[in-house]
Design a protein around this ligand. Structure first.
Ligand code: S3P
Ligand code: PEP
Length: 407
């Protein structure tokens, strides 16, 4: 379904309740499967979390996680320790192009029985669950942090826990720290010193516990972008958020100061307010927050601000090659953008072509990142339901703050 997006009357003050973080949810759903005494609140209603829940409750021998990267990686580790169970884990056409070798080799090193069904190094994979007896393993840390989180999530169930040696520059570090913090919240002890992470076996004071998932900060990024592009004085309140988040993308509150957007935390919510205009160029390294690269690029384009973004080496293996996708779509709109394998440079521009049809490449973040441009000019978003991967009610929420959507 394609939609046309236009600005109608944007409310001066509005509020939105955003669903739970898909990253926190997918970790906690796995931990709940390992430790059933856990209860969870505000679990994400995203496709990726629904797929995770289904995968953890089905007894089928074939589990299809479609586009969900975290589910693919976390479940590879999970099924490796389900003794006596045999599962083939598969996904979408794109998932079969997203590498998993680093994780499979690390799990094999620990004793897991995993084989490739089609292409070496990529899903689908066949996993025969076993008791893993080894605990020391080294793995490359510069491809995806999800491999590391996957190992950490099952570590407390291994006889001797785990000792990981991370090789190369560690990417997406906040996601690793999120995993360790959630382990700590349920009583699993760990340490992260330099490039060594250890997790102890078992849980301290195992007892029923309720954890509340914070709302999704990557989803909040689209409202930061809307606030940045809006008139001075526009306020948007988002819930449920806290100032000390486990999610690395909460760095948005700092980053968007550059665009004149302030963030005030109060009563479990954050209010974004456009305070002033600024057209200074932006230079940022996003190796710790790769999922907000598209949002920030589009904000800069809308405001005519040049930007240099680095640390984007993981973008090529996400839902689509996000660097190429950004270049294609920004150029269609009349912008000028240069990309390498790990960075992009957007030039200043002051015109945006009208009624351009934005391709989304099966990537939720392409649809959501380009939507705020409708504040400047009418725009078409192709395959708009792609957003359900992380944020199913995105278009309804945009309507509620004054965007006009025509199907
Ligand atoms: O662990 C997680 O929940 C995630 C880690 C990041 O992936 P990489 O570590 O592959 O960059 C991020 O892009 C993804 O959306 C979610
Ligand atoms: C990269 C993402 O997700 P995943 O890797 O879990 O598919 C994302 O949500 O931007």
């Amino acid at each position: 379904m394609h939609i046309t997006l236009q600005k109608s009357i944007i409310a001066k003050q509005s509020s939105i309740q955003i669903t739970g973080s898909k990253s926190e949810s997918n970790r906690l759903l796995l931990l709940k499967a390992l430790y059933p005494e856990l209860s969870l609140n505000n679990v994400s209603n995203s496709d990726d979390s629904n797929l995770m829940t289904h995968a953890l409750t089905t007894d089928s021998g074939l589990v299809d996680i479609n586009h969900a990267g975290t589910a693919m990686r976390f479940l590879t580790a999970y099924f490796s320790v389900q003794e006596g169970r045999e599962v083939t884990l598969t996904g979408s056409k794109r998932m079969k192009e997203r590498p998993i070798k680093v994780l499979v080799e690390a799990l094999r090193e620990l004793g897991a029985d995993i084989s490739y069904v089609e292409n070496e190094g990529f899903p689908p994979i066949k996993i025969k669950g076993k008791r893993l007896t080894k605990h020391k393993v080294a793995l490359k840390a510069n491809v995806s942090s999800q491999y590391i989180s996957a190992l950490l999530l099952i570590a407390s169930k291994l006889e001797n826990g785990i000792e990981l040696t991370l090789e190369g520059e560690i990417t997406s570090v906040p996601y690793i720290k999120m995993t360790l913090s959630l382990l700590e919240e349920i009583g699993i002890e760990s340490s992260f010193n330099g490039n060594i992470i250890t997790v102890k076996p078992g849980v301290k004071n195992q007892q029923p516990k309720t954890l509340t998932v914070e709302s999704d900060w990557s989803s909040a990024s689209y409202y930061y972008s809307i606030a940045a592009i809006s008139e001075i004085g526009t306020e948007i309140t988002l819930s449920s958020y806290k100032e000390n988040s486990l999610q690395g993308d909460s760095v948005l509150a700092d980053i968007y100061k550059h665009f004149g957007v302030s963030s005030v935390f109060n009563n479990n919510s954050v209010t974004l307010k456009k305070e002033f205009s600024n057209v200074e160029p932006l230079t940022l390294n996003l190796k710790n927050a790769p999922d907000i690269a598209q949002t920030i690029t589009v904000t800069c384009f809308a405001l005519g601000i040049p930007c240099d973004l680095t640390g984007l080496h993981t973008l090529k293996i996400k839902e689509t090659d996000r660097l190429v996708a950004l270049k294609n779509e920004i150029e269609k709109l009349g912008g000028n953008i240069e990309i390498t394998d790990k960075s992009l440079h957007l030039s200043a521009s002051n015109t945006i072509k009208e009624m351009v049809s934005i391709e989304t490449y099966h990537d939720h973040r392409m649809g959501m990142a380009f939507a705020p441009l409708a504040l400047k000019t009418p725009i078409i978003i192709e395959d708009a339901m792609v957003v359900s991967k992380s944020y199913p009610t995105f278009w309804n929420d945009l309507e509620s703050i004054g965007f006009k959507i025509t199907k």
